[in-house]
Design a protein around this ligand. Structure first.
Ligand SMILES: NC(=O)c1ccc[n+]([C@@H]2O[C@H](COP(=O)([O-])OP(=O)(O)OC[C@H]3O[C@@H](n4cnc5c(N)ncnc54)[C@H](O)[C@@H]3O)[C@@H](O)[C@H]2O)c1
Length: 454
C-alpha cells in the first residue's frame, strides 16, 4: 500500500533535520533501528546503544548485550547519586543490583534511558512510579533463584534432623560429641510446605525424591506435584507435619503469620524453616519454643531486620538457641542463580529494545510480541497516559496505513500501544514516511514516548 502522505515539517526539538530518523541505507536492512522522543532524538543502530552495568553483574548479561552489538561499560561497584547523575546522561540501558539507588533526581538526569535492569529479585532501589511516568521499563528476575533456595532448604531439613549445626559448632570448639539420640533420617517424615509457588513446588519434588511425605498449604488451589497432598488450613498442616517450611511472599496476610499460636500448634520436637521473608515468622516466640524444647530445631535465612552490609552487626534472639541454623539471607545466592538472573534480565531488556516486548517489566503494561517477518514493516511503540481519547487520535494517524498488527495494554496511569505498519517504498521516500509517522504520533496529546523499530 502506498500511504496517502503529506510530509510534516520536522520539529527541531524532536528530530534534527540533519539526522534522519532512519537513513535510506538502513531502511530495508534487518538492522534494528530505534528512535524515541524522550532524549534520543535521532535514529540509532544497535552499535550506538549504550549500556552501563554496575555492581559486577554476571557476565551472561554482558555477553547478551555485546551479542546485540551494544556498547557496554561494565563496572564492579555501585555508584553514588552524584556519580550516577553524571554517568547516566547518555545511557540507554542501566543494569544494577541492590546497592545502586535510582532516585527521581537520577531519573531526571537520564535523558536517553529506556530500560533499567534490576539483576536481582527486588526493585525497591528504583523509583518505579517516576520511571513509569517517563515510560522507562524496569525489569527484574524474581524466580531465577528458586532452585537455589529449594536446595538450601532441602539441606537444612537433613541438617536439622541430624543436629548437624550443633555438632559442627562443637567440633570447631574442639569438642567431640558423638550422639544418635533425637537424630533421624528424613525418609518417611512429613514435610509441610506453606506457599506452593516456584520454590515450594520445586522443594516438593526434591523432598519426595528423598522419601518424604509432602503436604502443602496455599491460598490458591494449585495442582499437587507427585504425591504431595494439599491441606485446607495452615493449622491443619502444622498439626500433622514433622518439618514446616515457609515459601510465601510478603503481604499483609503473611506478615507475622507465624506466632506463638502457630508454633505451639506444631508437634513437639518438630522443625521450622523460614527462607521466605523475615516478617513471616515472629522471632521471640520461635526463640522461646526452641529454648524450652517444644521445637526440635529451626533454620532461618531471613530476619525482620537485616544488616545493610557484610561484617559484624547481626543481632537476634535466635543466637545460641539449640539446633538452630542461622544463615545470612543466602537462600538464592549461588553462581547458578546469578548466571540465570543475567540471562533472564538481559534477554528481557534486549527483547524490549529490539521488539518492544515488555514481558517481565514490573512497572509497565505487559505486552509480549514476536518480531515482524516483513522487512518493510515498522513497529510503532507508543507509551501514553492512560486517559480516554488517545486510541482514537492514534488510530486517526494510522488509518492511512496498512496496519498489520495492533495491540494495547494499560497498567495504572501508563498505557502502551504497539502497531506494526507496512511501509512499502513507492513514490514517497520511506524515510520521509517514517519521519512523518514519528512526528505526528509524538505530537499527539497525552503521549509520553514514541519509538519506531525496524
Ligand atoms: N532466602 C532467599 O534468598 C530467597 C530467594 C528467593 C525468594 N525468596 C522468597 O521466597 C518466597 C517465595 O518465593 P517464590 O518464588 O516461591 O514465590 P511464588 O510467588 O512463586 O510463590 C508464593 C506462593 O505463596 C502463596 N501464598 C501467598 N500468600 C499465602 C498465604 N497467606 N498462605 C499460604 N500461601 C500463600 C501464593 O499463592 C504462591 O503460590 C518469597 O517471599 C521470596 O521473596 C527468598
Amino acid at each position: 500500500m502506498n500511504p496517502a502522505y503529506t510530509p510534516a515539517p520536522a520539529t527541531p526539538d524532536l528530530l534534527s533535520q540533519s539526522t534522519p530518523l532512519v537513513s535510506e541505507s538502513k531502511m530495508f536492512l534487518k538492522t534494528k533501528t530505534t528512535a524515541v522522543q524522550n532524549g534520543m532524538k535521532q535514529a540509532v543502530s544497535n552499535c550506538q546503544i549504550k549500556v552501563l552495568l554496575l555492581e559486577n553483574i554476571n557476565s551472561t548479561a554482558l555477553k547478551i548485550f555485546q551479542g546485540e552489538g551494544y556498547q557496554v561499560e561494565h563496572l564492579t561497584k555501585a555508584l553514588s547519586e552524584e556519580e550516577l547523575i553524571e554517568k547516566i546522561k547518555d545511557v540507554h540501558i542501566i543494569g544494577l543490583r541492590s546497592k545502586t539507588k535510582i532516585t527521581e533526581k537520577v531519573l531526571n538526569a537520564a535523558e536517553n534511558i529506556l530500560a533499567i535492569g534490576c539483576f536481582c529479585i527486588g526493585t525497591n532501589q528504583v523509583n518505579l512510579e517516576v520511571a513509569a511516568k517517563k515510560s522507562i521499563a524496569v525489569f527484574n528476575s524474581p524466580f531465577s533463584n528458586s532452585r537455589s533456595v529449594a536446595e538450601l532448604v532441602l539441606a537444612e531439613i537433613i541438617f536439622l534432623s541430624r543436629q548437624l549445626g550443633d555438632r559442627n559448632n562443637e567440633m570447631h570448639k574442639g569438642v567431640w560429641n558423638k550422639v544418635s539420640k533425637n537424630c533421624y533420617e528424613v525418609r518417611g517424615k512429613k514435610l509441610g510446605i506453606v506457599g506452593y509457588g516456584h520454590i515450594g513446588s520445586q522443594l516438593s519434588v526434591l523432598a519426595e525424591a528423598l522419601g518424604m511425605q509432602v503436604y502443602f498449604y496455599d491460598v490458591l488451589q494449585l495442582m499437587p506435584l507427585g504425591s504431595a497432598k494439599p491441606v485446607a488450613t495452615l493449622q491443619e498442616l502444622l498439626s500433622i507435619v514433622d518439618v514446616v517450611t515457609f515459601h510465601v511472599p510478603e503481604t499483609p496476610d503473611t506478615k507475622e503469620m507465624v506466632g506463638e499460636k502457630e508454633i505451639r500448634a506444631l508437634r513437639p520436637g518438630s522443625y521450622l524453616i523460614n527462607a521466605s521473608r523475615g516478617t513471616v515468622v515472629q522471632i521471640a516466640p520461635l526463640a522461646k519454643a526452641l529454648r524450652d524444647g517444644h521445637l526440635g530445631g529451626a533454620a532461618i535465612d531471613v530476619y525482620p531486620s537485616e544488616p545493610a552490609r557484610n561484617g559484624e552487626g547481626f543481632e537476634s534472639e535466635l543466637i545460641g538457641c539449640p539446633n538452630t541454623i542461622l544463615s545470612p539471607h543466602i537462600g538464592g545466592s549461588t553462581e547458578e542463580a546469578q548466571s540465570m538472573i543475567g540471562i533472564e534480565v538481559g534477554n528481557a531488556i534486549t527483547k524490549f529494545m529490539s521488539q518492544g516486548s515488555t514481558l517481565g517489566a514490573v512497572n509497565f503494561p505487559q505486552i509480549e510480541l514476536r518480531p515482524s517477518n516483513d522487512p518493510s514493516s515498522v513497529r510503532i511503540l507508543f507509551a501514553h497516559n492512560n486517559v480516554p481519547g488517545v486510541l482514537k487520535s492514534i488510530n486517526n494517524v494510522l488509518s492511512d496505513y496498512n496496519v498489520e498488527r495492533q495491540t494495547s495494554e494499560s497498567k495504572g496511569d501508563l498505557a502502551y500501544l504497539v502497531a506494526d505498519v507496512l511501509i512499502r517504498p513507492g513514490e514517497n521516500d520511506a524515510n520521509s514516511i517514517l519521519s512523518h509517522l514519528y512526528h505526528t504520533i509524538s505530537a499527539l496529546p497525552h503521549g509520553i514516548s514514541t519509538r519506531l523499530i525496524q
